[in-house]
Design a protein around this ligand. Structure first.
Ligand code: NAG
Ligand code: NAG
Ligand code: NAG
Ligand code: NAG
Ligand code: NAG
Ligand code: NAG
Ligand code: NAG
Ligand code: NAG
Ligand code: NAG
Length: 884
């Protein structure tokens, strides 16, 4: 152990270095994180239709655009919904398919949980032929499959499902039927090894288990057929791709990861070998999918969902993968994009070989007829017409070399999108054309807590247009399909299915709002934000997906800016409310046309997410205040206030010297924040913003400082390598080093509470309250009527309403959310703090448990985490009287 005094010194050094650094937007990791522009809670959804039958666990979705049907598999039920409006039901919409009581008893005797596992979970649902569907369910741990007459929507025949469907409802599974052939991949039984199968027609095929096991505890998430035979110059075959995460058997000195994401491929025409690889795939190959942020050694190795989009030709196909981190205590997601050409190149490259129980690149001779390839013209020229004709040498090689040596890198070498504090579970992509004549890809991602993120790929970046809360109660998004024809996304979760319109442009109330959104489907027609698809002539539509700031020239025409008056006594604190609708907007204030400089207590001002607080108002602070939402470099007026500060006259509590002040509430006591809740409701538009304003927010950083900081980090790195143990105490240090530090780095400052240590969901929120003793729960002392500032944990949706908040009707403080504050990772809402200042406040989660997380095996990562942590502990500053 270190000498206590030495460690104290070290702590001091580390703390000061860390505090010098924390302000710097340190890592590209932080910068990569994308903040959704707007946050829409369930209550704010527009035009959604819901379906909720008697069943739960809606998971399987089969979209049939032509027939206008959406087939849904749930627990013990199958539904046939109307694609146009899934809420419309008929009497033959649903079909029950429960496991028998006897079957459930047997399931229980197998040691299974009769509350969760001993039901029939529908796992497979696909079109079988023109008239029938095929479906499989876990059937209380005894899988069954069935044919469904689609016309009458009724079961016609049941059969054994053991080889086609997993027993376990939670096991990764993928499959499809094409040309009357069923393919599936899963770890079907508890003890069996995972398998990719052709289930029918005969001969069915499977993967090899010995001497080389081709799949290791694979968890399948998706599959696709790509018709590579079409117009193939080499007479190639169609190929099936399977996506999964499996146990990492490649021991790499640089990787501590136990799991690895992969894509495997087989040929559709494969019928297995004659003697070697009999009834096994002869064309099986797999390769690693990489999705990492190299400079951070941050590897997203758990594949959660894929989406394949075919290009103009099949070889131009692209696919997207949603990845997570291996460590369960850290929420983070990355979206990586891959091109099929890169995948093909890796499958055409060198193989790996197991030598002395280690996988190494194989550099020896490869048979002429390339093992793992489909039957091509080259084979046919040698009279090899099927995989059964393949020579044993080729098959022996294929059997031992299922793994490719090269890894599949994402397009651009890094994730397209990185998102902290969020676990994406599904992704779907849609290509749309915008007014500018380009086409854009829109990404729809579902989260593990019931949200849908809608994003657009602009160049090599992703802009998240909005996040929509589709389901309450942290339900995981199970599945998602898009119908372009219906203009809808269909999303399933435990409690039901929801049909979400691709766009809800009406939610944007001004030209700027419409243009800032950068939604390729929305445009401003001069009066309102409209779905551009409903306008055949787009010449009049204002839209700017590329930059998100051009086209709306008249600042005052849209959005009536409310004007209000405040009269207060000198020495009082005044809150001027200004709620910003967009998470990407930064609030800026002007006084008499001049931008307010310095928001610290010294200057007598503080800004928060929802307003400006004038602390201990003085007469020089009287004047005309304007609040602007600054987004994409445009200053949009939001609110305007006329503030009159009355000098305090000792004798008389009421001093009607200024007749205009008479209708205002007027407080004699200056001890507690008497902000007048009543105001003159005159609505008058603002004029254009002050001329001499700086063009951008000052928190944009000097890039050239980066090198300096990096060297600083290197120095700090050396220091900390010696003192790694001490790092464990830095959190303590960060806490004790708080007093007096103002959260004003980005033009923001916060009042504070003491108890909310490490709570990651804090928001400066204005509430109105007559404290009846309960408003004090967070340790605030406040006892007069009026408006208080409080940090409210776990509540943070931007209010879409720009109306002035009504006077407090009833003096009840908002109920305390039951969030577990000791664990910053149990996010009730996606990173609420981002509301503070766009991208500047994002959370990776800062529970203490992370301290030991192997995620931070690299020092840079460790440091970054400390800096992150520090950022959040800034909220834990001592209570500051002046903030009340
Ligand atoms: C089914 O839904 C319930 C909630 O309704 C959930 O607790 C459970 O985990 C779900 N089971 C599966 C296998 O998804
Ligand atoms: C869908 O159907 C439901 C129930 O009939 C109805 O309330 C809802 O308005 C419909 N939605 C649309 C967009 O037509
Ligand atoms: C409901 O079902 C009955 C028979 O089960 C059928 O005769 C009737 O036409 C159906 N009604 C509708 C509206 O589909
Ligand atoms: C589960 O089994 C227990 C007995 O082990 C029984 O009491 C309970 O009712 C069963 N629950 C269900 C939902 O079948
Ligand atoms: C579709 O498959 C079902 C079940 O095997 C069969 O009864 C039916 O005749 C088939 N329909 C066609 C059009 O082939
Ligand atoms: C349901 O019944 C209606 C009328 O009874 C019929 O038109 C329809 O084809 C049936 N099947 C489905 C899946 O809607
Ligand atoms: C195949 O090639 C022909 C002629 O070059 C072309 O017309 C056709 O569209 C191609 N098919 C596909 C699916 O690319
Ligand atoms: C392969 O097909 C060709 C013609 O399609 C035939 O002449 C030849 O005998 C076949 N070879 C084998 C091994 O079946
Ligand atoms: C375009 O806008 C102008 C003026 O706002 C209007 O007169 C004209 O009708 C619009 N054209 C279309 C096609 O909407």
């Amino acid at each position: 152990m270190m000498h206590p005094r030495l460690s104290t010194f070290t702590l001091a050094v580390l703390c000061s270095l860390a505090s010098a650094l924390w302000a710097f937007p340190f890592g590209p990791v932080l910068e990569l994180d994308v903040t959704p522009r707007t946050t829409v809670p369930v209550s704010g959804l527009l035009g959604c239709n819901r379906f909720q039958g008697l069943a739960v666990n809606y998971s399987t979705l089969l979209l049939e655009d032509g027939a206008g049907m959406l087939y849904v598999g749930a627990r013990e039920a199958v539904y046939a919904l109307n694609l146009f409006n899934i809420s419309v039901t008929r009497n033959n919409t649903s079909m029950d398919w429960a496991a028998s009581a006897d079957q459930k008893r047997q399931c229980l005797t197998k040691g299974r949980d009769n509350q969760t596992e001993c039901y029939n979970y529908i796992r497979f649902l696909d079109r079988y032929n023109e008239t029938h569907l095929y479906t499989c369910g876990t059937h209380a741990f005894r899988p069954r499959c069935a044919y469904i007459d689609a016309e009458r929507f009724s079961f016609v025949r049941f059969e054994e499902g053991r080889e086609k469907c997993p027993y376990d409802p939670a096991k990764g599974y993928t499959g499809f039927i094409v040309d009357g052939e069923m393919y599936s991949a899963s770890q079907y039984e508890f003890r069996s090894s995972p398998d990719i199968r052709r289930n029918f027609p005969f001969p069915n095929l499977r993967t090899e288990e010995a001497p080389t096991r081709w799949l290791q505890e694979a968890d399948f998430v998706g599959s696709a057929l790509l018709r590579e035979s079409i117009n193939s110059s080499i007479g190639d075959d169609d190929k099936l791709y399977f996506f999964f995460t499996e146990r990492n058997t490649e021991q790499s000195p640089y990787s501590s990861q136990t799991r690895v994401s992969r894509v495997a491929r087989v040929c559709k025409g494969d019928i297995g070998g004659q003697r070697t690889l009999q009834r096994k795939w002869t064309s099986f190959l797999k390769a690693r999918l990489v999705c990492s942020i190299p400079e951070y050694e941050l590897q997203f190795n758990i594949l959660r969902s894929v989406f394949i989009q075919e290009g103009p030709t099949v070889h131009d196909s692209t696919f997207w993968g949603v990845f997570g981190l291996e460590w369960k205590n850290v929420k983070a997601s990355a979206v990586c994009q891959y091109s099929l050409k890169d995948v093909q190149a890796v499958f055409d490259g060198p193989y790996m070989e197991l030598q002395d129980s280690k996988w190494r690149e194989y550099s020896g001779k490869v048979p002429d007829l390339r093992p793992g390839s489909c039957i091509t013209d080259q084979h046919r020229a040698q009279l090899i017409n099927t995989s059964r004709d393949l020579p044993d040498s080729v098959l022996m090689f294929a059997r031992r070399h299922p793994l490719m040596a090269k890894q599949i890198q994402p397009i651009g070498g890094r994730p397209l999108l990185f998102k902290k504090s969020v676990d994406y579970t599904r992704i779907a992509v849609l290509k749309v054309s915008a007014v500018d004549g380009r086409s854009y890809r829109m990404l729809f991602m579902g989260t593990d807590d019931g949200w849908l993120h809608k994003a657009v790929e602009i160049g090599d970046r992703v802009h998240i247009i909005e996040e929509l809360q589709l389901f309450e109660g942290s339900q995981r998004i199970n599945n998602m399909v898009i119908s372009r024809k219906q203009g809808s996304v269909y999303v399933s979760a435990a409690s039901g299915v929801v049909q979400v319109p691709l766009s809800a442009c009406a939610r944007y109330t001004s030209c700027y709002d419409c243009v800032f959104a950068r939604d390729p489907l929305c445009g401003w027609d001069g009066r309102q934000c409209v779905e551009i698809s409903s306008y055949p002539d787009k010449s009049n539509i204002t839209q700017d997906v590329q930059m998100g700031n051009r086209g709306c020239d008249d600042m005052t025409a849209d959005g009536l800016v409310s004007h209000r008056t405040r009269s207060v006594m000198a020495g009082d604190d005044v809150l001027l409310q200004c709620e910003l609708h967009s998470n990407l907007a930064a609030p800026r204030w002007t006084l008499n046309g001049e931008q307010l400089q310095g928001y610290g207590t010294e200057a007598g001002y503080r800004t928060g997410t929802d307003g400006l607080l004038i602390i201990g108002a003085q007469s020089r602070q009287s004047g005309h205040y304007r609040c602007y939402a600054v987004e994409n470099g445009v200053w949009v007026p939001v609110r305007s206030y006329m503030v009159r500060v009355q000098p305090v006259v000792a004798a008389s509590p009421r001093l009607p010297s200024d007749p205009t002040a008479l209708p205002e509430s007027f407080f004699t006591t200056t001890s507690m924040l008497p902000v007048t809740p009543t105001s003159v409701p005159t609505e008058q538009p603002l004029h254009s913003p002050p001329a001499a304003l700086p063009s951008g927010p000052e928190f944009q950083t000097n890039r050239h400082m980066e090198a300096m900081y990096i060297s600083l980090v290197a120095v700090l790195g050396g220091l900390c390598l010696v003192l790694t143990v001490v790092l464990l105490y830095v959190s303590f240090c960060a806490h004790s080093d708080q007093a007096g530090r103002k959260y004003s780095q980005h033009g923001l400052s916060l009042p504070a509470v003491t108890e909310r240590k490490r709570s990651s969901h804090l928001e400066l929120k204005t509430i109105s309250s007559h404290c009846n003793g309960r408003a004090d729960m967070r340790g605030r002392a406040a006892s007069t009527d009026g408006v208080f500032l409080q940090i409210v944990p776990g509540e943070g949706h931007a209010s879409p309403s720009s109306e002035p908040p009504p006077a407090p009707p009833l003096p009840m403080p908002p109920p305390l959310p039951s969030t577990d504050f000791t664990n910053g990772l149990s996010a009730t809402l996606p990173s609420v703090l981002r509301k503070m200042n766009g991208n500047s406040y994002v959370l990776l989660g800062q529970g203490d448990s992370e301290m030991t997380s192997p995620l931070y095996h690299s020092f840079t990562e460790e440091l970054n985490r400390i800096l992150e942590k520090r950022k959040h502990t800034q909220f834990d500053v001592e209570p500051d009287e002046s903030s009340v």
